[in-house]
Design a binder for this molecule. Structure first.
Ligand code: ATP
Ligand code: MG
Length: 315
Protein backbone atom coordinates (compact mmCIF):
# COMPACT_ATOMS: atom_id res chain seq x y z
CA UNK A 1 0.00 0.00 0.00
CA UNK A 2 1.26 3.48 -0.87
CA UNK A 3 2.47 5.73 1.91
CA UNK A 4 0.78 9.11 2.31
CA UNK A 5 2.65 12.01 3.87
CA UNK A 6 1.74 15.56 4.73
CA UNK A 7 3.62 18.60 5.96
CA UNK A 8 2.69 21.35 8.39
CA UNK A 9 1.47 22.54 11.71
CA UNK A 10 0.80 20.51 14.82
CA UNK A 11 -1.11 22.54 17.40
CA UNK A 12 -3.16 22.32 20.50
CA UNK A 13 -6.57 23.88 20.35
CA UNK A 14 -8.21 25.48 23.36
CA UNK A 15 -11.88 26.18 22.92
CA UNK A 16 -14.32 28.56 24.56
CA UNK A 17 -17.16 26.61 26.13
CA UNK A 18 -19.76 29.28 25.30
CA UNK A 19 -20.51 30.97 22.01
CA UNK A 20 -19.83 34.71 21.81
CA UNK A 21 -17.34 37.16 20.39
CA UNK A 22 -13.61 37.08 21.00
CA UNK A 23 -11.55 36.76 24.17
CA UNK A 24 -11.60 40.15 25.89
CA UNK A 25 -13.11 38.89 29.14
CA UNK A 26 -12.47 35.79 31.24
CA UNK A 27 -14.55 32.86 29.99
CA UNK A 28 -14.53 29.10 30.60
CA UNK A 29 -12.25 27.25 28.20
CA UNK A 30 -11.73 23.58 27.43
CA UNK A 31 -8.59 21.95 26.11
CA UNK A 32 -5.86 21.26 25.14
CA UNK A 33 -7.06 19.19 22.19
CA UNK A 34 -4.69 17.71 19.58
CA UNK A 35 -5.03 19.78 16.40
CA UNK A 36 -3.55 21.35 13.27
CA UNK A 37 -5.11 20.70 9.85
CA UNK A 38 -2.24 18.50 8.57
CA UNK A 39 -2.19 16.59 11.88
CA UNK A 40 -5.93 15.91 11.79
CA UNK A 41 -5.62 14.82 8.16
CA UNK A 42 -2.81 12.36 8.82
CA UNK A 43 -4.44 10.99 11.99
CA UNK A 44 -7.54 10.15 9.95
CA UNK A 45 -5.42 8.50 7.23
CA UNK A 46 -3.72 6.34 9.88
CA UNK A 47 -7.04 5.31 11.40
CA UNK A 48 -8.03 3.89 8.00
CA UNK A 49 -4.99 1.64 8.16
CA UNK A 50 -2.97 3.39 5.44
CA UNK A 51 0.80 3.77 5.96
CA UNK A 52 1.42 7.49 6.57
CA UNK A 53 3.62 10.11 8.18
CA UNK A 54 3.90 13.83 8.90
CA UNK A 55 6.75 16.33 8.73
CA UNK A 56 6.25 18.82 11.53
CA UNK A 57 7.73 20.19 14.75
CA UNK A 58 6.63 20.57 18.36
CA UNK A 59 8.14 22.08 21.50
CA UNK A 60 9.53 20.21 24.49
CA UNK A 61 6.29 20.52 26.42
CA UNK A 62 3.10 18.67 27.26
CA UNK A 63 1.27 20.17 24.27
CA UNK A 64 3.82 18.56 21.97
CA UNK A 65 3.80 15.27 23.85
CA UNK A 66 0.00 15.10 23.76
CA UNK A 67 0.03 15.43 19.98
CA UNK A 68 2.94 13.11 19.23
CA UNK A 69 1.57 10.38 21.50
CA UNK A 70 -1.85 10.60 19.87
CA UNK A 71 -0.45 10.40 16.34
CA UNK A 72 1.87 7.53 17.22
CA UNK A 73 -0.92 5.60 18.95
CA UNK A 74 -3.15 5.96 15.88
CA UNK A 75 -0.43 4.63 13.57
CA UNK A 76 1.23 7.74 12.08
CA UNK A 77 4.99 7.62 11.38
CA UNK A 78 6.16 10.40 13.73
CA UNK A 79 9.89 10.06 12.92
CA UNK A 80 9.95 13.41 11.07
CA UNK A 81 8.32 15.45 13.84
CA UNK A 82 11.20 17.61 15.04
CA UNK A 83 11.53 19.09 18.48
CA UNK A 84 12.28 22.79 18.82
CA UNK A 85 14.89 23.39 21.51
CA UNK A 86 13.23 26.48 22.99
CA UNK A 87 9.90 27.44 21.37
CA UNK A 88 6.56 26.15 22.64
CA UNK A 89 4.24 23.91 20.63
CA UNK A 90 1.85 25.86 18.40
CA UNK A 91 -1.60 26.73 19.71
CA UNK A 92 -4.95 28.10 18.68
CA UNK A 93 -7.66 29.61 20.88
CA UNK A 94 -11.06 29.30 19.29
CA UNK A 95 -14.44 30.76 20.06
CA UNK A 96 -17.61 30.12 18.09
CA UNK A 97 -19.73 33.18 17.39
CA UNK A 98 -23.52 32.86 17.54
CA UNK A 99 -23.66 32.90 13.70
CA UNK A 100 -21.38 29.83 13.50
CA UNK A 101 -18.25 31.76 12.43
CA UNK A 102 -15.16 31.50 14.59
CA UNK A 103 -12.71 33.85 16.31
CA UNK A 104 -9.16 32.48 16.41
CA UNK A 105 -5.99 33.51 18.20
CA UNK A 106 -3.16 31.58 16.59
CA UNK A 107 0.39 31.08 17.81
CA UNK A 108 1.88 29.22 14.87
CA UNK A 109 4.46 31.23 12.98
CA UNK A 110 6.62 31.96 16.04
CA UNK A 111 5.97 28.64 17.75
CA UNK A 112 7.89 25.37 17.41
CA UNK A 113 6.27 25.15 13.95
CA UNK A 114 8.97 27.60 12.79
CA UNK A 115 11.41 24.65 12.94
CA UNK A 116 9.56 22.74 10.20
CA UNK A 117 12.02 22.30 7.33
CA UNK A 118 14.00 19.81 5.27
CA UNK A 119 15.71 17.95 8.14
CA UNK A 120 17.47 14.60 7.53
CA UNK A 121 14.42 12.87 9.09
CA UNK A 122 12.11 14.74 6.71
CA UNK A 123 14.25 13.67 3.74
CA UNK A 124 14.05 10.07 4.88
CA UNK A 125 10.27 10.18 5.23
CA UNK A 126 9.88 11.74 1.78
CA UNK A 127 12.00 8.86 0.37
CA UNK A 128 9.40 6.36 1.62
CA UNK A 129 6.33 8.25 0.38
CA UNK A 130 4.18 7.68 -2.71
CA UNK A 131 1.69 10.47 -2.10
CA UNK A 132 1.91 14.00 -0.69
CA UNK A 133 -1.12 15.87 0.63
CA UNK A 134 -0.59 19.65 0.70
CA UNK A 135 -2.56 21.80 3.14
CA UNK A 136 -2.70 25.46 2.15
CA UNK A 137 -2.79 26.42 5.83
CA UNK A 138 0.73 25.01 6.21
CA UNK A 139 2.33 27.46 3.76
CA UNK A 140 3.26 30.05 6.37
CA UNK A 141 7.04 30.26 6.09
CA UNK A 142 9.75 30.14 3.45
CA UNK A 143 11.16 27.03 5.11
CA UNK A 144 7.89 25.13 4.77
CA UNK A 145 7.28 26.40 1.25
CA UNK A 146 10.69 25.18 0.05
CA UNK A 147 10.24 21.89 1.93
CA UNK A 148 6.93 21.32 0.14
CA UNK A 149 8.57 22.15 -3.21
CA UNK A 150 11.30 19.59 -2.52
CA UNK A 151 8.74 16.95 -1.52
CA UNK A 152 6.66 17.62 -4.65
CA UNK A 153 9.71 17.28 -6.90
CA UNK A 154 10.84 14.06 -5.27
CA UNK A 155 7.46 12.35 -5.17
CA UNK A 156 6.54 13.38 -8.72
CA UNK A 157 9.92 12.18 -10.03
CA UNK A 158 9.22 8.67 -8.81
CA UNK A 159 5.68 8.59 -10.23
CA UNK A 160 3.83 9.44 -7.01
CA UNK A 161 0.76 11.65 -6.71
CA UNK A 162 -0.19 14.93 -5.04
CA UNK A 163 -3.44 16.11 -3.46
CA UNK A 164 -4.06 19.71 -2.41
CA UNK A 165 -6.59 21.21 -0.01
CA UNK A 166 -6.21 25.01 -0.20
CA UNK A 167 -7.76 25.46 3.27
CA UNK A 168 -7.38 29.20 2.81
CA UNK A 169 -7.54 31.53 5.77
CA UNK A 170 -7.66 35.17 4.85
CA UNK A 171 -4.44 35.88 6.83
CA UNK A 172 -2.60 33.57 4.47
CA UNK A 173 -2.91 35.69 1.35
CA UNK A 174 -1.09 38.54 3.05
CA UNK A 175 2.07 36.49 3.50
CA UNK A 176 4.92 37.08 1.05
CA UNK A 177 5.41 34.24 -1.44
CA UNK A 178 2.03 32.74 -0.62
CA UNK A 179 0.35 33.22 -3.97
CA UNK A 180 3.32 31.73 -5.83
CA UNK A 181 3.39 28.77 -3.41
CA UNK A 182 -0.34 28.08 -3.88
CA UNK A 183 0.03 28.31 -7.67
CA UNK A 184 3.01 25.96 -7.63
CA UNK A 185 1.07 23.46 -5.51
CA UNK A 186 -1.86 23.63 -7.90
CA UNK A 187 0.32 23.10 -11.00
CA UNK A 188 1.51 19.83 -9.51
CA UNK A 189 -1.81 18.61 -8.16
CA UNK A 190 -3.48 15.40 -9.28
CA UNK A 191 -6.43 15.65 -6.87
CA UNK A 192 -7.65 19.14 -5.91
CA UNK A 193 -9.99 19.50 -2.90
CA UNK A 194 -11.33 23.05 -2.43
CA UNK A 195 -14.27 24.03 -0.18
CA UNK A 196 -17.16 25.52 -2.16
CA UNK A 197 -16.33 28.99 -3.50
CA UNK A 198 -12.60 28.60 -2.67
CA UNK A 199 -12.23 27.17 -6.18
CA UNK A 200 -12.79 30.64 -7.64
CA UNK A 201 -9.53 31.81 -6.05
CA UNK A 202 -7.69 29.47 -8.41
CA UNK A 203 -9.23 30.30 -11.77
CA UNK A 204 -10.31 33.23 -13.89
CA UNK A 205 -13.81 31.79 -14.18
CA UNK A 206 -16.88 33.50 -12.76
CA UNK A 207 -18.64 30.35 -11.57
CA UNK A 208 -17.86 26.87 -10.29
CA UNK A 209 -18.76 25.02 -13.49
CA UNK A 210 -16.40 27.10 -15.60
CA UNK A 211 -13.68 26.93 -12.96
CA UNK A 212 -13.86 23.13 -12.94
CA UNK A 213 -13.63 22.97 -16.74
CA UNK A 214 -10.65 25.33 -16.70
CA UNK A 215 -8.77 23.40 -13.99
CA UNK A 216 -9.38 19.98 -15.61
CA UNK A 217 -8.17 21.51 -18.86
CA UNK A 218 -4.98 22.64 -17.09
CA UNK A 219 -4.20 19.00 -16.30
CA UNK A 220 -5.62 18.39 -12.81
CA UNK A 221 -6.89 14.79 -12.90
CA UNK A 222 -9.69 15.07 -10.38
CA UNK A 223 -11.47 17.72 -8.30
CA UNK A 224 -13.55 17.24 -5.17
CA UNK A 225 -15.63 20.18 -3.98
CA UNK A 226 -16.54 20.06 -0.27
CA UNK A 227 -19.92 21.59 0.47
CA UNK A 228 -20.32 21.34 4.24
CA UNK A 229 -23.85 20.25 5.20
CA UNK A 230 -24.65 19.99 1.48
CA UNK A 231 -22.26 17.09 0.87
CA UNK A 232 -19.56 16.88 -1.80
CA UNK A 233 -19.03 16.57 -5.56
CA UNK A 234 -16.37 14.88 -7.69
CA UNK A 235 -15.28 15.88 -11.20
CA UNK A 236 -12.84 14.43 -13.72
CA UNK A 237 -12.57 14.39 -17.51
CA UNK A 238 -14.90 11.35 -17.66
CA UNK A 239 -17.76 12.88 -15.68
CA UNK A 240 -18.96 13.80 -12.23
CA UNK A 241 -20.54 12.39 -9.10
CA UNK A 242 -22.34 13.86 -6.09
CA UNK A 243 -23.15 12.52 -2.64
CA UNK A 244 -25.35 14.39 -0.13
CA UNK A 245 -24.15 14.92 3.44
CA UNK A 246 -25.51 12.76 6.24
CA UNK A 247 -27.97 14.39 8.61
CA UNK A 248 -26.23 14.85 11.95
CA UNK A 249 -26.20 17.42 14.75
CA UNK A 250 -23.25 19.72 14.22
CA UNK A 251 -21.41 19.88 17.56
CA UNK A 252 -18.06 21.20 16.26
CA UNK A 253 -17.28 21.69 12.55
CA UNK A 254 -13.50 22.00 13.06
CA UNK A 255 -11.68 19.08 11.47
CA UNK A 256 -14.53 17.95 9.21
CA UNK A 257 -12.81 19.08 6.03
CA UNK A 258 -9.48 17.54 7.04
CA UNK A 259 -11.07 14.20 8.02
CA UNK A 260 -13.18 14.19 4.86
CA UNK A 261 -10.05 14.86 2.79
CA UNK A 262 -8.11 12.06 4.46
CA UNK A 263 -10.86 9.54 3.80
CA UNK A 264 -11.28 10.62 0.19
CA UNK A 265 -7.55 10.61 -0.61
CA UNK A 266 -7.13 7.17 0.99
CA UNK A 267 -10.07 5.67 -0.93
CA UNK A 268 -8.92 7.35 -4.18
CA UNK A 269 -5.42 5.90 -3.82
CA UNK A 270 -6.98 2.49 -3.20
CA UNK A 271 -8.74 2.80 -6.57
CA UNK A 272 -12.26 3.11 -5.21
CA UNK A 273 -14.98 4.36 -7.51
CA UNK A 274 -15.54 8.14 -6.91
CA UNK A 275 -19.15 8.03 -5.69
CA UNK A 276 -18.36 5.35 -3.15
CA UNK A 277 -15.32 7.32 -1.98
CA UNK A 278 -17.52 10.43 -1.59
CA UNK A 279 -19.98 8.49 0.57
CA UNK A 280 -17.21 7.21 2.84
CA UNK A 281 -15.64 10.68 3.03
CA UNK A 282 -19.03 12.28 3.81
CA UNK A 283 -19.55 9.75 6.60
CA UNK A 284 -16.10 10.57 7.96
CA UNK A 285 -16.87 14.32 7.85
CA UNK A 286 -20.26 13.78 9.48
CA UNK A 287 -18.71 11.78 12.30
CA UNK A 288 -16.12 14.55 12.79
CA UNK A 289 -18.74 17.33 13.17
CA UNK A 290 -20.63 15.28 15.74
CA UNK A 291 -17.77 15.37 18.28
CA UNK A 292 -16.28 18.27 20.25
CA UNK A 293 -12.56 18.72 19.56
CA UNK A 294 -10.79 18.96 16.20
CA UNK A 295 -9.16 15.49 16.16
CA UNK A 296 -11.57 13.74 18.52
CA UNK A 297 -13.94 12.78 15.73
CA UNK A 298 -11.55 10.83 13.48
CA UNK A 299 -12.81 7.35 12.57
CA UNK A 300 -11.69 3.81 11.89
CA UNK A 301 -13.15 1.98 8.86
CA UNK A 302 -15.21 -0.15 11.28
CA UNK A 303 -16.71 3.02 12.81
CA UNK A 304 -17.48 4.41 9.35
CA UNK A 305 -19.14 1.16 8.30
CA UNK A 306 -21.24 1.10 11.48
CA UNK A 307 -22.26 4.73 10.82
CA UNK A 308 -23.22 3.89 7.22
CA UNK A 309 -25.23 0.86 8.32
CA UNK A 310 -27.11 2.93 10.92
CA UNK A 311 -27.89 5.64 8.38
CA UNK A 312 -29.10 3.10 5.83
CA UNK A 313 -31.54 1.77 8.43
CA UNK A 314 -32.94 5.21 9.23
CA UNK A 315 -32.93 6.54 5.62
P1 ATP B 1 -12.97 23.28 7.49
O1 ATP B 1 -13.72 24.36 8.16
O2 ATP B 1 -12.62 22.12 8.40
O3 ATP B 1 -11.79 23.74 6.67
P2 ATP B 1 -14.00 22.48 4.92
O4 ATP B 1 -14.58 23.68 4.28
O5 ATP B 1 -12.66 22.04 4.46
O6 ATP B 1 -14.02 22.63 6.49
P3 ATP B 1 -16.58 21.21 4.87
O7 ATP B 1 -17.18 21.27 3.51
O8 ATP B 1 -17.09 22.14 5.90
O9 ATP B 1 -15.00 21.25 4.74
O10 ATP B 1 -16.79 19.73 5.44
C1 ATP B 1 -16.24 18.60 4.77
C2 ATP B 1 -17.27 17.51 4.68
O11 ATP B 1 -17.70 17.13 6.00
C3 ATP B 1 -18.54 17.88 3.93
O12 ATP B 1 -18.35 17.71 2.54
C4 ATP B 1 -19.54 16.91 4.53
O13 ATP B 1 -19.39 15.64 3.97
C5 ATP B 1 -19.09 16.83 6.00
N1 ATP B 1 -19.82 17.83 6.80
C6 ATP B 1 -19.42 19.08 7.13
N2 ATP B 1 -20.36 19.72 7.85
C7 ATP B 1 -21.40 18.85 7.98
C8 ATP B 1 -22.68 18.89 8.63
N3 ATP B 1 -23.09 19.98 9.28
N4 ATP B 1 -23.47 17.80 8.53
C9 ATP B 1 -23.06 16.69 7.89
N5 ATP B 1 -21.87 16.58 7.27
C10 ATP B 1 -21.05 17.64 7.31
MG1 MG C 1 -10.83 22.87 5.21
Amino acid sequence: MGKIITIGEILVEIMAMETGNGFKTAIPLIGPFASGAPAIFIDQVAKLGQPCGIISAVGQDDFGALNVERLRRDGVDVSAIGMHPTAATGSAFVRYRPDGNRDFIFNIKHSACSAIGLTPEAEKLIETANHLHIMGSALVSEGIISLIRAAIAHIKAKGGTISFDPNIRKEIFELPGMRAALDHALQNTDLFMPSGPEILLFSKAADEKEAIAELLDRGIKAIVVKRGANGASYFDSAGEAFAPAFKVDEVDPTGAGDSFGAAFVTCWLRGMEPRKALIIANATGARAVGVKGPMEGTSTMAEIEAFLAKHRETA
